[in-house]
Design a binder for this molecule. Structure first.
Ligand code: ADP
Ligand code: ZN
Length: 624
């Protein structure tokens, strides 16, 4: 049905109007009338009566409005049985006269087929047609439901992007990680001959506006390959099967243009874990996702097609998408730090007129938490303000006002932390870091940051492992728990209240404690027994069950032991951090000031603090 519509749509001349149709239709009707009634003579009723009386009428049919019949041809020698019609006149004697002359006559009821056909088919179809045309004119073909099958002819490719790595600033780590892909796309033969394994899928993970799309485009631009762009939400259509067809289409188009990049934005829109929909069953999204998996598996990566996906919620993705051979490589696109922001501002300031006295470094300092898109927006806004004030170039006042505007917008959208939240995060991360510097068995701190990383983490503390570890002692595990608890307990000491931010830390700490008790036999009470059963929840009869092979009593004992480990650790951390409260405060202040503290800087800071305090140096672990 829809296919037919499509055909009509495609074959119809563009400027065909309703009037053409009506005229053609009228012409058709006239033609038909003519063909059906050849040589009909229109006579008057009195003439007709005369013919009857003269016995000149052979037969006739009487309808409501007219009389139609055949004449015994007399006047015109050539034509036999000439047909006549005449309008019917109210004439009660007609039948009597006809009988008297012995003329065959028949009443004739008007066949309603024509009327019925006309009113129940032609008119409604015409109305529909007119409406259809109207909608088309109004919204164009793309907005019409009739064209949804048309995406066959849609092209996803964008060539000549003119985006290079120079346009992307402040996310150097991500750029570095993508360098290899560019090399591969440029000279696939080189990699092929070496037998190197090329990733098929790269997942760019980062908050909105951090430049994921830009980065993918820049990779295509640097490598000089076509860029296929599609958003995950575009794949999910109202009609089952359309999304899957689009995926197939996209990949077959890409296949022809290899080497190339396929970029799927908002991957989570179609890659959400399957089976999470409350309705269950196979819905459209699932079909589309399956098709994507099939296409990715069927693809020979040596051909030179790289699939890049972008998401800000990697944890939502279906695990099947992250398996080897699919999006097995993840590149984190962080929000930029101070230097990154300055670099991004410089990139965008090139495109507008900016006064010389504008100090982009201080603009960057005023915009903590801004993502790349926000900064691009900021420069644009400043330029607009300058134009409104009839200035030749944007100056510092414009930048300041633009910052205010964008900041309020972002705060409303909950994309920026407020002052209190920033303080909490600074103390939380300092707590982790200070614990990592204080306990005997910990990897040195490499970096403390309060720039939101990925999703969920508002800040982070990186530790650098000094060596590969295969075995861990009980003391080391306890230290690990202590570091994890450090964040939360620092919040508690300073603010006398706790936030929700530590949930992930607590989960990890509890997990370590659980392993210690259940699997490593590190608990005195329970002893060297391991309960290393498959403790993954099984989904049976729609309810979660854990197949454990020990009694309720043992289960309670295990729980108590886990709790004891956490409680003991908390006490230890609290004592340690309370004793170093001043150091904690200094660290947090410095962190708030610069957003990031590198390992070396931290070391210096801690040494200074100890010197000025005149205290014994008891931070065992500050030397990387
Ligand atoms: P995402 O895909 O992560 O949501 P985009 O790539 O769409 O973000 O970014 C939107 C715009 O913001 C870009 O077109 C660019 O102008 C600007 N932008 C974002 N990040 C950067 C960056 N790192 N360097 C330069 N410009 C950036
Ligand atoms: Zn934490």
């Amino acid at each position: 049905m829809f296919k037919d519509f499509k055909k009509i749509h495609f074959k119809m001349p563009k400027n065909l109007s309703v009037w053409h149709i009506i005229i053609a239709f009228g012409f058709f009707i006239l033609l038909q009338m003519y063909l059906m009634n050849p040589g009909v003579r229109d006579i008057s009723y009195s003439e007709f009566k005369k013919f009857v009386k003269e016995g000149n009428v052979l037969e006739c049919q009487i309808t409501q409005t007219m009389i139609r019949g055949k004449l015994r041809e007399m006047e015109r020698g050539t034509q036999k049985n000439a047909v006549f019609i005449t309008a019917r006149v109210e004439d009660p004697d007609l039948v009597k006269d006809l009988e008297a002359m012995g003329i065959q006559y028949a009443g004739h009821y008007e066949s309603p087929w024509f009327k019925t056909f006309f009113f129940s088919w032609v008119i409604p179809l015409m109305i529909l047609f007119v409406i259809w045309r109207f909608i088309f004119k109004r919204y164009g073909p793309a907005g019409s439901i009739m064209t949804f099958g048309k995406n066959k002819s849609r092209l996803y490719v964008q060539e000549d992007l003119n985006v290079t790595f120079d346009d992307v600033a402040g996310i150097d780590e991500a750029k570095e990680e993508l360098q290899e892909i560019i090399e591969f796309l440029k000279i696939p033969e080189k990699f092929r001959s070496l037998g190197g394994k090329i990733p098929k899928g790269v997942l760019l993970v980062g908050s909105p506006g951090t430049g994921k799309t830009l980065l993918a485009k820049a990779v295509a631009g640097e490598a000089g390959v076509p860029f296929f762009n599609m958003s995950g939400s575009e794949f999910v259509e109202m009609f089952v099967g359309v999304g899957a067809a689009r995926v197939r289409d996209l990949f077959s188009q890409a296949d022809q243009k290899a080497p190339c990049i396929i970029f799927i934005d908002e991957l989570d829109a179609l890659g959400k874990a399957r089976g999470t929909s409350p309705m269950g069953g196979h819905d459209e999204r699932e079909q589309t996702l399956n098709q994507l998996l099939v296409e990715m598996d069927g693809f020979d990566s040596n051909k030179g097609v790289i699939i890049m996906g972008a998401t800000n919620r990697p944890e939502m993705l279906d695990p099947a998408l992250l398996r080897p051979g699919r999006f097995d490589r993840q590149v984190v696109v962080d929000r930029p730090d101070l230097h990154g922001r300055e670099a991004i501002l410089k990139v965008h300031a090139k495109e507008v007129k900016v006064e010389n006295e504008v100090n982009l470094h201080s603009v960057a300092a005023m915009t903590p938490g801004f993502a790349g898109a926000d900064l691009a927006n900021l420069v644009n806004e400043a330029a607009l303000l300058a134009a409104r004030r009839n200035k030749k170039a944007a100056g510092m006042p414009e930048f300041e006002e633009a910052i205010d505007r964008i900041m309020t917008g972002l705060e409303k959208k909950k994309r920026l932390m407020n002052k209190k939240e920033k303080e909490i995060v600074a103390y939380h991360e300092s707590g982790h870091a200070l614990m990592a510097c204080s306990v005997p068995h910990a990897d040195p701190v490499r970096k403390i940051s309060m720039i939101p990383r990925g999703i969920g983490a508002l800040g982070y503390t990186l530790q650098k492992p000094t060596e590969d570890r295969y075995l861990m002692t009980k003391a080391e595990l306890l230290d690990r728990i202590a570091i994890l608890l450090g964040g939360r307990i620092a919040e508690e000491i300073i603010f006398k209240e706790i936030s929700t931010g530590a949930q992930n830390d607590l989960k990890k700490a509890t997990e370590i404690a659980r392993l210690m008790v259940k699997e490593y036999g590190m608990s005195d009470t329970i002893g060297m027994i391991t309960f290393d059963q498959d403790s993954r929840p099984l989904f049976l009869n729609g309810s979660f069950t854990t197949n454990k092979e020990y009694s309720e009593e043992t289960a309670r004992e295990i729980d108590l032991e886990i709790k004891k480990i956490i409680d003991d650790s908390s006490r230890r951390v609290k004592a340690l951090l309370t004793g170093k409260k001043e150091i904690l405060e200094c660290m947090a202040k410095k962190l708030m000031e610069q957003e990031v503290i590198e390992g070396e800087e931290l070391k210096k800071l801690l040494e200074e603090l100890h010197k000025s305090n005149g205290k014994e140096h008891d931070l065992k672990n500050i030397y990387p």
